[in-house]
Design a protein around this ligand. Structure first.
Ligand SMILES: [Zn+2]
Length: 287
């Protein structure tokens, strides 16, 4: 009898403590910013660097100018220029091959919380604000229900000239349609050469401007020229970024979220070349 009483007492104590425990995470949730994150991911512990590096890499593509070459284009510029017909054929190939585009948020939640991704995930990104990314890029992606990521260099917004750049209204429309607007500095200054003032001019001010245009949080960054400096990577987190993107060089083992790899789809590639290049560069796990 005594034993049963003690047992009952113990059970009720355990239940009480469970109840009070379950209250705490709830109040934490209410006070923290949980937009775009599911309950499941919040309960999980974030992955450490080793776990992030061990995940299967998701292919990320990078585009610049979608236009036909002209005689004055330098040979080096050719990598950054893809003809509209080719671009359309390459995006069609991705759709026909069963790829599904994902957002940086989805990629982040997969890397950090192992959230589920659609079959054959891919991220399609555009750098430097060129207007053809809106007129040709966005309209082509929409045909297949794809979404893109636009890394904006804010100095160019609304500029017209030899190259036309996107207007504020076009950037807002992209964001409203579910694409991600992200930062690519103010005027394409090399991240490795940032001074203290550049953290305001090249980082905080563009973030603020893009946030005002889109009404959304700006949380992703792409390094101009794909170039970064390991010693200042920690500052991106302090300045509000969840992840950042390089080109096809090696990831930094201490900052894998801030050195996510992308490959350029150069104008010389056929759709088949692109398909093989995606499989060669990604779809690997780190041993
Ligand atoms: Zn760029």
């Amino acid at each position: 009898m005594k034993k049963i009483l003690i047992l009952n007492f113990l059970i009720s104590m355990v239940m009480l403590s469970c109840r009070s425990d379950s209250k705490n995470p709830k109040s934490d949730l209410a006070s923290s910013d949980t937009a775009g994150t599911t309950m499941d991911t919040i309960k999980q512990k974030p992955a450490d660097n080793q776990a992030v590096l061990a995940r299967r890499e998701v292919p990320v593509l990078c585009y610049h100018q979608i236009r036909n070459n002209i005689a004055s284009d330098s040979k080096r510029a050719h990598d950054d220029i893809i003809a509209p017909d080719k671009f359309k054929a390459h995006i069609k190939m991705l759709a026909d091959s069963g790829y599904h585009t994902i957002s940086p948020d989805e990629l982040y939640n997969y890397l950090v919380y192992n959230s589920k991704l659609p079959a054959k995930p891919i991220m399609i990104s555009f750098d430097d604000t060129d207007e053809d990314q809106f007129t040709i890029g966005n309209s082509t992606l929409k045909k297949y229900g794809f979404k893109g990521v636009y890394f904006i260099m804010t100095v160019s917004i609304g500029r017209k000239g030899r190259i036309n750049y996107m207007t504020k209204e076009q950037i807002k429309q992209l964001a409203d349609e579910g694409n991600t607007i992200a930062s690519h500095t103010y005027d394409h200054k090399n991240f490795a050469q940032f001074t203290d003032e550049d953290w305001t001019k090249q980082i905080d001010e563009p973030t603020k401007k893009l946030g005002e245009i889109t009404g959304k949080k700006i949380e992703y960054f792409a390094y101009p020229y794909g170039v970064y400096k390991a010693s200042t990577l920690h500052k991106l987190k302090e300045h509000g970024f969840k992840a950042a993107f390089i080109l096809s060089t090696a990831r930094d083992e201490n900052y894998p979220l801030y050195t996510i790899r992308r490959i350029i789809d150069p104008g010389r590639y056929t759709a088949k070349n692109l398909y093989y290049s995606i499989n060669k560069s990604f779809n690997k796990t780190k041993k």
